[in-house]
Design a binder for this molecule. Structure first.
Ligand SMILES: NC(=O)c1ccc[n+]([C@@H]2O[C@H](COP(=O)([O-])OP(=O)(O)OC[C@H]3O[C@@H](n4cnc5c(N)ncnc54)[C@H](OP(=O)(O)O)[C@@H]3O)[C@@H](O)[C@H]2O)c1
Length: 343
């Protein structure tokens, strides 16, 4: 069994190593052992490995990246009645999916609907569930209005999900990307939505013209950094800045006085809080994710797949500008088979 791990935070290429061992973990009561076949590289996985500036490392000891993946149930612990060995499942939150095997509570292993590919199943939970959380935050901030909402990194995997949801719900969305070529790609996919490239000197003027008299009601931002102050400046009085990612480097300054004088709201959204929803609410979100995987798999786009052992090349690809979709790490069935003694 192969496991990617790190013992201290730092540049991913330097701190991550591949460990091989003969024994695999065993599921306890209420748990299942999953032979992970495909797992994504999410930007958040890399933040976990590299840390954030000014934020001291909070954990010690060996850790394995990854919170999501898909695979096959290898064995079930006592009291597990809902899953059986051989069943295809997607798992989240499942810390340590960058390994050939992971143990998860049985209620966090979601059956993969028939007809959904392994690649789509590996992307079925984190981004669609994040979309659910973001959409709820947008609706709350809009208080019954239909926009305008301005989103950054519109060409990202999440950005494309937001665009598709906006079309479906008749939400007035303005898309921001950082390059002209990126703008062209988003425009081709969502021709009804304005797309503006922040490399244009006049990008803020263009946003104002598209937003019209009411002004931007909500900004959905996953870039952060120095642009955040400009984004807040585009909000109408009483508007809301929803921050959910930090793709840029550096700190995110926000001037207090304009926030106060214009009664702006700043809020964060994190998938890490999804588990605090009730079991019924989570089941509704998971049903949405399963439906999306079955009926709109093109929204869960794959950039490329690499063997788990090639994680360094895969990470370099995941960070490449102008990439479309998510980079996956795979385990061939034969590799996961080797080292088959339970610990
Ligand atoms: N809060 C949560 O719970 C949660 C959950 C999931 C994801 N996220 C966040 O959502 C964001 C998108 O994730 P994803 O998986 O959809 O990403 P992704 O598919 O890897 O796409 C990344 C996108 O970001 C753009 N980008 C990268 N650096 C940028 C910068 N400095 N300025 C402007 N644009 C930049 C890229 O544009 P180019 O095409 O121009 O290269 C690309 O379109 C990330 O910040 C991630 O951490 C948050």
């Amino acid at each position: 069994m192969r496991t990617v791990e790190y013992t201290r935070q730092g540049a991913a290429a330097q701190v991550l190593t591949l460990r091989e061992e003969a024994r695999r973990p065993a599921p306890g009561s209420g748990e299942v052992l999953v032979r992970v076949l495909v797992r994504p590289i999410h930007p958040g996985d890399l933040i976990g490995v590299e840390g954030l500036p000014g934020r001291p490392e909070q954990q010690s000891g060996a850790r394995t990246p990854g919170v999501e993946g898909m695979g096959v149930v290898e064995s079930v612990g006592a009291d597990v009645r809902t899953l059986r060995p051989g069943q295809r499942v997607a798992v989240f939150p499942a810390p340590g999916t960058w390994s050939d095997f992971v143990v998860v509570p049985a209620d966090l292993a979601v059956p993969v609907p028939a007809g959904v590919s392994d690649e789509t199943a590996a992307l079925m939970l984190v981004n669609p569930l994040t979309l659910c959380m973001l959409y709820r935050a947008i609706e709350k901030a809009l208080r019954g209005q239909t926009g305008p909402v301005l989103q950054t990194a519109a060409g990202s995997s999440i950005g494309r999900l937001v665009s598709a949801a906006a079309v479906r719900h008749d939400l007035q969305l303005i898309n921001l990307v950082r390059s002209t070529s990126g703008a062209e790609k988003v425009r081709t996919s969502y021709p009804s939505q304005p797309v503006i490239a922040t490399c244009d000197d006049d990008w803020q003027g263009q946003v104002r013209r598209h937003a019209g008299e009411r002004g931007v009601q909500v900004v959905l931002d996953c870039v952060g950094g120095s642009m955040t102050q400009d984004l807040a400046g585009l909000l109408a009085d009483g508007g809301t800045l929803i921050s959910y990612g930090h793709l840029s480097s550096g700190t995110t300054p926000l001037e207090a006085l304009p926030l106060i004088a214009r009664e702006l709201t700043v809020r964060g959204v994190s998938i890490l809080h999804w588990m605090s929803r009730t079991p019924r609410e989570r089941a509704e979100d998971v049903a949405f994710a399963q439906d999306l995987a079955q009926n709109a798999p093109d929204l869960l786009d794959v950039a490329a797949s690499y063997d788990l052992a090639d994680f360094k090349t895969a990470i370099e690809h995941a960070r490449r500008p102008a990439k479309s979709g998510t980079v996956l790490l795979t385990t061939p069935q034969t590799t996961a088979d080797s080292g088959n003694e339970a610990a």
